[in-house]
Design a protein around this ligand. Structure first.
Ligand SMILES: NC(=O)c1ccc[n+]([C@@H]2O[C@H](COP(=O)([O-])OP(=O)(O)OC[C@H]3O[C@@H](n4cnc5c(N)ncnc54)[C@H](OP(=O)(O)O)[C@@H]3O)[C@@H](O)[C@H]2O)c1
Length: 386
């Protein structure tokens, strides 16, 4: 029986994780959950999974949730301290880090320090503080299992092989909804067009990141730290069918790929049960039903966000933190209808232009750089959203 703390249980990854837990009650027990503001869903999850501890975003939400739960419910905590309490819950063997954005960094770091193994969905943790987090993983002797489907595919393609023999990691990307859009139409795309991902059903922020291809950029940075490989040896290939989830090329020319129907339940389950596997309900892959598997080079001109991510990694440790902060602000502004689609990458690039990159020595320093990046991007866009 593995005891889980699920951070971000009301999100897309959180819900899929709980589906797996529900399908295997003999294997998993939920000891802590965290949500943001979706109290209705959190209430249902509490009733079904009976965690001991639950965290929400603020005190007002904590009081509301307590009123919604008659009788003896779980302990309810709130704010960053509450997220940390859930991430370090004494009974938890593993923490599923599935909060969206840089808000996931502090609880995930706290879980690592508390000696918990991590199933990492929150890629922003490694984007904003990659080296520091990987150092902490080593110091505290914990395992960090990727949940991102591409990184799970790389992880699986590395199994049983020698790291020294790896020539290149090839991350696949669907290309998103605007894969074949002409450059001149990109500024006009609507929020609903951008939220209409062809292959994956995900939270809003990552769906917009997929449309700009910043998501692939964040994944390049995530892969750099997770697999300790120089960025020059991480490439991106557009694969619109999303059947091959990523690949590893070896020095002898052999390429290992992991395939399957695009469904996050598969990589989530593998992170929870490694090295074993359990049935997930994911539809079997019928190769004869596929019209074909196609591959293309990414277009860095139509998708400048991907280029910015490579640049940020090369610029120095604090630049990806700034890039990520500006991206979160710009994506929020796009979703609010305050800026155009193409202004997302423009404003990130401008924000990066004002930053002098430097090394990051602590999580506090990362948070300070993150705050600077958000403030600068808001200032450049003339907006006030959080
Ligand atoms: N979805 C996918 O298929 C997928 C695939 C690979 C990687 N990922 C990564 O997994 C993470 C989660 O993605 P998602 O799509 O599941 O996101 P999502 O559906 O938007 O869910 C985000 C979760 O985080 C909570 N949350 C939001 N802001 C918070 C804050 N400031 N403090 C504490 N909790 C907060 C939300 O609570 P409420 O909803 O209750 O407000 C929700 O539980 C992201 O880092 C994403 O890049 C996702």
């Amino acid at each position: 029986m593995k005891k889980l703390a699920i951070l971000g249980s009301t999100g897309s990854i959180g819900v899929s994780t709980l589906d797996i837990v529900a399908a295997h009650p003999d294997k998993f027990q939920v000891v802590a959950l965290t949500g943001g503001s979706n109290l209705e869903l959190l209430k249902k999850q509490i009733e079904e999974f009976a965690p001991q501890l639950v965290a929400v975003m603020n005190e007002e939400l904590a009081q509301k949730l307590a009123q919604m739960l008659p009788g003896k419910g779980p302990e309810i905590v709130h704010g960053v301290a509450g997220m940390i309490a859930a991430a370090t819950a004494a009974d938890a063997d593993m923490v599923v880090a599935a909060i969206v954005g840089a808000a996931g960094l502090v609880p995930t770091a706290a879980a690592i320090k508390a000696g918990k193994d991590i199933a990492l969905a929150n890629k922003e943790t490694l984007v904003t503080a990659g080296r520091l987090i990987m150092d902490m993983v080593k110091i505290h002797g914990v395992r960090l299992y990727p949940v991102d489907s591409e990184h799970s595919a790389v992880f699986q393609s590395l199994e049983g092989h020698r790291k020294d023999d790896v020539k290149r990691i090839i991350l696949t990307a669907s290309g998103g909804p605007f894969f074949s859009y002409p450059a001149e139409k990109m500024a006009e795309v609507s929020v609903s067009d951008a939220l209409n991902h062809p292959n994956w059903s995900m939270g809003q922020k990552i769906t917009i990141d997929s449309a700009t291809m910043m998501n692939k950029g964040l994944e390049v940075i995530e892969a750099r730290w997770l697999f300790d490989i120089p960025v020059e040896r991480i490439s991106v290939t557009i694969h619109p069918q999303s059947i091959i989830h990523s690949m590893v090329e070896y020095v002898d020319g052999c390429v290992m790929a992991q395939m399957g129907i695009p469904d996050m339940k598969a990589p989530i389950a593998y992170a929870l049960t490694y090295p074993g596997r359990v049935p997930t309900g994911v539809k079997p892959l019928d190769l004869t039903a596929l019209s074909g598997l196609t591959f293309f080079n990414p277009d860095f001109n139509r998708f400048p966000a991907l280029k910015l991510a490579y640049r940020a990694l090369n610029d120095g440790e604090s630049m990806p933190t700034v890039m990520n902060a500006a991206n979160e602000v710009a994506v929020g502004a796009f979703l609010n209808g305050e800026i155009t689609f193409t202004a997302i990458a423009d404003s990130i690039e401008k924000t990066m232009g004002f930053h002098q990159p430097h090394n990051l020595n602590s999580i506090e320093e990362v948070l300070s750089v993150d705050r600077w990046g958000r403030k600068k991007c808001r200032e450049l866009l003339g907006i006030n959203n959080p």
